[in-house]
Design a protein around this ligand. Structure first.
Ligand code: NAD
Length: 359
């Protein structure tokens, strides 16, 4: 592990626009290093389709090993038409992502949704509903119904949702710790009026909450949470929930922000490095054209600075720089609405503007 001010970062650009947005992120990090007197060592490795082309596999074990020995991992995106196949035995780029999650034991997925005032018009929701929304969905990633016992008996099929106290305890701690550097409110979402696993979820989250007296904890049933999220999103701070509810609610929450080119994510594990990546895919339609919006990756860089490197001030500086550039009207094509005052920018111009706005 690196020293206090020196950080080893594995970059996994991947496919499509991945190399463009990760390249932009390393430029931003070079500026962060200078401004905040830290140093970053970048180790660039292969994942996804490009790794299939080079090695016949989307993720080599030595890549997982190098990631495990780093302070944080920054990923672009994987996949593209070149590797789409109906052959069930052919290697697939997404297996690289699943392999990383498994290999690094990433059990928590954090997806922040911040509505930048300048982009309010891009959301399908009404201005007065979403103004000021700034929340994060903390989703359990390795348990629950997606991983439980499943099967078929004739014309009957079943999937089982199983959670242990240990699994709930560790994700609850991620949520309370995230709330500590935010507005200190946790909303735990479950279906405790119906599901036994949800009753255990509620009991365990409440018990962990007792160890964080400065954080306020509330519980909400998932059906109500789905409604409240679109009717009063600005009232939420940290939402913590199990795997399937989190899968659905995090996509619902994504629509509050409007564009997929803006959404960042962090996957965290037990003590090892976190994996940071934009939510969007490899956008093969615009790859190599210099048009990719780097802001979701910059948001992921901010999360990396905050959660893995303990550089909160630098994280906040990156987020403010993104806001300032948007307020000035700069827009990559995916964000452009044609409104007065907008100025179109490619990846390079947007990156230079965010770096300049760090002042
Ligand atoms: P996508 O997110 O790649 O693209 C959807 C649309 O959004 C496209 O029109 C694209 O041009 C646009 N877009 C996405 N990110 C953008 C950005 N940063 N700037 C500007 N525009 C952007 O989703 P898709 O088209 O469904 O998938 C394309 C490939 O990406 C597929 O192979 C898919 O499997 C893969 N994928 C990977 C990930 C990942 O690596 N985490 C996630 C989703 C999809």
């Amino acid at each position: 592990m690196a020293g206090e001010h020196h950080f080893k970062i594995v970059t996994l650009p991947g496919d499509g626009i991945g190399p463009e947005v990760v390249g932009a992120a390393t430029q931003l990090l070079a500026d962060v290093a200078e401004r905040f007197q830290v140093s970053f060592e970048f180790i660039e490795l292969l994942v996804g389709g490009i790794s299939i082309d080079e090695h016949g596999s989307p993720l080599l074990p030595e890549v997982v090993e190098q990631c495990a020995q780093s302070d944080a991992v920054l990923l672009g995106a994987v996949g593209g038409p070149k590797w789409d196949t109906t052959d069930p035995d052919a290697p697939r780029p997404e297996q690289g992502l699943l392999g990383l999650r498994k290999g690094l034991e990433l059990f928590a997925n954090l997806r922040p949704v911040r509505v930048s005032d300048a982009l309010i018009a891009s959301s399908p929701l009404r201005d007065e509903r979403i103004r000021g929304a700034d929340l994060v969905v903390v989703r359990e990633l390795t348990g629950g119904i997606y991983f439980g016992e499943r099967g078929r008996n004739g014309d009957v099929a079943f999937d089982t949702c199983t959670y242990s106290v240990a699994e709930i305890d560790r994700i609850a701690r991620v949520a309370f710790e995230a709330a500590e550097v935010r507005s200190k409110r946790v909303m735990s979402v479950d279906k405790a009026n119906v599901l036994e696993s949800s009753r255990l979820w509620r009991e365990t989250v409440s018990s962990v909450g007792g160890e964080y007296p400065e954080i306020s904890l509330d519980h909400m049933l998932v059906d109500n949470a789905a409604m409240q999220l679109v009717s009063r999103p600005a009232d939420f701070d940290v939402i913590v929930t199990e795997n399937m509810f989190g899968d659905i609610l995090s996509d619902e929450a994504a629509m509050i922000a409007g564009s997929i080119g803006m959404l960042a994510s962090a996957s965290l594990g037990a003590g090892g490095p976190g994996l940071y990546e934009p939510v969007h895919g490899s956008a093969p339609d615009i790859a190599g054209k210099g048009l990719a919006n780097p802001l979701a990756t910059f948001g992921s860089v901010a999360l990396m600075l905050r959660y893995s490197l303990g550089l909160e001030e630098a994280a906040a500086a990156v987020e403010s720089a993104i806001d300032r550039v948007l307020e000035r009207g700069l827009r990559t094509p995916d964000l452009a609405t044609g409104a007065d005052g907008e100025e179109e920018a490619g990846t390079e111009q947007m990156t230079a503007a965010v770096v300049a706005a760090m002042d």
